[in-house]
Design a binder for this molecule. Structure first.
Ligand code: ADP
Length: 701
């Protein structure tokens, strides 16, 4: 009985010591391992020593106490270092006491530490927490260990001890370790919970203090509220009013978004306390005595204790949104300005997306389409308004712009007036529209109606052309008047002489002169008429298939007598199977005749004129080669000019109009052909008339 009381005392003392340990622990925990572990071990060791100092003497030299319990707790909860330090303390102290039990005490201490550590290892390995059964198990193991070591005591002592010690040990060891373990565990949990709470509170405080939003906590029962530093900074002068609903300082006002005065009851925290419901993003303005308003967005959350329905307070957060509001107002103002501006300019302004759909247009565009609302055009494309070919050309331009990112600047575009259907002209600029990252998201276009300018331009052009025509005509008339004057002077003289003389020979001579000049005048006049007709371009109305060989052969026949007069050899070498050309036979005949007549005229008597036809590069070529006087290189480029005649002194032929080659060239070019010349002075010339062959008929059906 005394043994049980002694052991119980011992255990009670241990429990008290453990309690003290836990109080100390919060300080020890601040230290880092393994220093922490070492100190833990020393404390446990000291406690074990205290337990050993109030032992129960079983027999002389054999003491019993609660050190085994301390050892178990130290190794199970503390680990290797605390466990072994405690064991060392126990062993050293026990060795100083001496007696028969000393070696047994050393053995049991080492075994008990090992048992405690083993259980700790197993629990960790299988991820189990220290539980009541595991503590009882450890107690039983330690009891067995103790009994084992006691059984090694000398025989008389062994019997004496076993009879007395064994039963209480099997009760007190499991019970003591269970109690101490649970207490230790409980206190440790308490300590860690308190620590967690402390940390979370610290975190919360840090968050609230460092928040950019102001935070105010108000209580329903009038307890003074609190606010974070940011709140104090934001609403400083009226902080007291917001916290405790006192009167506003003089000159200050709280207002609603629309500028009307707000009451205290409109504050979100007051509403949250009154209704028990959260209030989100209420805009409140705080006007200072200078009239400047700071705008806040405020939200409030009621604070309700579990199980209660009435809030005991409310926490409200608010942030300064003055800058955002002003920016928004500024933006709205600018947008309005831009709208007014685009609507008031007479140009057509439009914004399209990447699919060329209208996103925004100005009033001018709406009016042009007979519309009044943006909705009537938004999402539509040019295909909804213009003929598809025109819309397609706009669409293609825009898609190219969107793909390349290249702006289209000052493009003159033909379009159609949507209301009258008349043709109009635009000067259009389109630029890509980009988002913040620079991606093309559409295009902005601006078109100016330049129809009037275009019409004026066309008129001016026509006028200039007319003026040029007049100039040409004037020059032509000037030049030609000279050509008419010479034969007319000769005619005048001949007529005068005819009147004056009766001599038949002289009269005959004068009559011949008259005939020559009249025929010269007639040719001049005919050429002049031809030129005029050609200028009017009226001769090419209907193109017919023309057989070039036949045409050339006719001309050669007609000019043979002229060639014979000059004793020339005029030959024609046609290429058979020469394809037809499309042309006007009469004018072509004249062109060919002009060239052949020139060859005959500008070749000294007894010359050779060869006319050939052949096909070359889809063209029928008429080549007229003579062995005549040739053309000076200086004249080569000018012989096709109207009324130009090369140096007449070199020529055997006089009386040319200077219109033959220009007429021929004009006729050939009207047929999309060419008239070229090669010549060597004194050796002869080659003129080539090239005419495109008839195209294959196109099958329409
Ligand atoms: P013209 O009525 O004077 O012959 P053309 O226009 O037919 O007028 O010819 C212009 C000039 O070109 C001629 O005056 C002549 O000097 C020169 N010319 C034309 N054909 C030949 C040619 N086959 N050989 C040499 N000179 C030529």
């Amino acid at each position: 009985m005394t043994l049980i009381i002694a052991l119980t005392n011992n255990i009670t003392l241990l429990l008290a010591l453990l309690f003290i340990y836990n109080l100390l622990k919060s300080h020890i925990l601040c230290l880092k391992s393994p220093q922490n572990q070492f100190i833990q071990g020393v404390i446990f060791g000291l406690f074990a020593l205290i337990a050993m100092m109030i032992p129960f003497q079983l027999a002389p030299g054999l003491v019993f106490d609660g050190r085994g319990i301390i050892l178990s707790i130290a190794s199970l909860f503390g680990g290797v270092i605390p466990g072994f330090i405690t064991a060392i303390f126990i062993i050293l102290y026990r060795l100083t006491l001496g007696g028969v039990g000393a070696p047994l005490a050393v053995g049991s201490a080492i075994t008990m530490v090992t048992a405690g550590l083993l259980l700790r290892y197993l629990l960790a390995r299988y991820e189990r927490r220290v539980s009541a059964p595991s503590l009882v198990l450890l107690g039983l193991i330690q009891a067995v260990v103790l009994i084992f070591w006691l059984s090694l005591a000398p025989l008389p002592l062994r019997q004496q001890v076993m009879g007395v010690v064994a039963p209480p040990i099997f009760i007190l060891y499991p019970g003591g370790i269970l109690l101490a373990g649970l207490l230790f565990q409980f206190m440790e949990r308490q300590a860690s919970m308190a620590e967690a709470l402390r940390k979370s509170e610290e975190r919360y405080r840090t968050v609230v203090t460092s928040m950019s939003d102001g935070v105010i906590i108000r209580y329903a029962d009038g307890t003074p509220g609190t606010m974070n530093p940011q709140a104090a900074r934001l609403v400083g002068p009226v902080a007291d009013m917001l916290l405790n609903l006192t009167k506003l300082p003089a000159g200050w006002r709280i207002i609603h978004e629309d500028g009307t005065r707000a009451r205290k009851e409109d504050l979100p925290s007051v509403i949250a306390i009154q209704t028990g419901e959260a209030k989100q993003n209420v805009v409140i303005g705080l006007q200072n005595p200078d009239g400047y308003t700071t705008w806040f967005s405020s939200s409030a959350q009621p604070l309700i204790k579990p199980g209660e329905s009435q809030p005991y307070g409310a926490v409200s957060t608010f942030s300064d949104i003055t800058f955002e509001r002003e920016a928004k107002e500024q933006l709205a103002h600018e947008r309005n300005l831009l709208r007014t501006l685009t609507d008031s300019i007479p140009d057509y302004v439009f914004v399209k997306d990447t699919e060329s759909r209208f996103m925004m247009v100005n009033k001018t565009v709406l009016n042009a389409g007979g519309m009044t609302e943006m909705e009537q055009i938004a999402g539509k494309t040019d295909f909804d308004f213009f003929p598809s070919e025109l819309a397609q050309s706009f669409y293609d331009d825009e898609q190219q712009l969107l793909a390349s990112g290249q702006a289209l600047v000052n493009r003159e575009e033909e379009s159609i007036d949507l209301l009258t259907g008349k043709k109009i002209w635009f000067l259009t600029t389109k630029v890509p529209l980009r988002d913040k990252r620079g991606n093309i998201v559409g295009l902005i276009g601006i078109s100016r109606d330049i129809t009037e300018r275009k019409q004026l331009e066309a008129q001016a052009l026509e006028l200039a052309a007319e003026r040029q025509r007049m100039n040409v005509l004037n020059k032509f008339m000037n030049d030609i008047s000279h050509d008419f004057k010479t034969p007319l002077t000769v005619i005048n003289t001949s007529v005068y002489l005819l009147q004056k003389t009766d001599d038949p020979v002289r009269r005959q001579k004068e009559i011949e002169k008259l005939e020559t000049q009249v025929s010269r005048l007639t040719k001049l006049f005919n050429d002049f008429l031809t030129v005029t007709n050609l200028d009017n371009a009226a001769f090419l109305v209907a193109l017919q298939p023309v057989d070039i060989n036949r045409l050339v052969s006719m001309v050669v026949n007609e000019t043979t007598s002229l060639a014979l007069q000059k004793h020339h050899t005029l030959s024609f070498e046609p290429t058979s199977n020469l394809p037809m050309i499309d042309g006007d036979a009469i004018s072509l005949q004249q062109a060919i005749a002009n060239v052949i007549t020139n060859a005959i005229s500008y070749t000294q008597d007894g010359g050779r004129i060869t006319v050939k036809t052949y096909e070359e590069a889809d063209h029928a070529v008429i080549e007229v080669q003579d062995s005549g006087i040739g053309i000076h290189p200086d004249d080569l480029s000018r012989i096709f000019d109207r009324l130009y005649r090369a140096d007449e002194a070199r020529s055997t032929h006089t009386g040319g109009s200077g219109l033959g080659l220009p007429i021929a060239k004009q006729i050939i070019e009207a047929h999309e052909g060419t008239l070229t010349v090669e010549s060597k002075l004194g050796e002869g010339s080659i003129f080539r008339l090239c005419l495109p062959l008839s195209r294959e008929p196109v099958l329409i059906y």
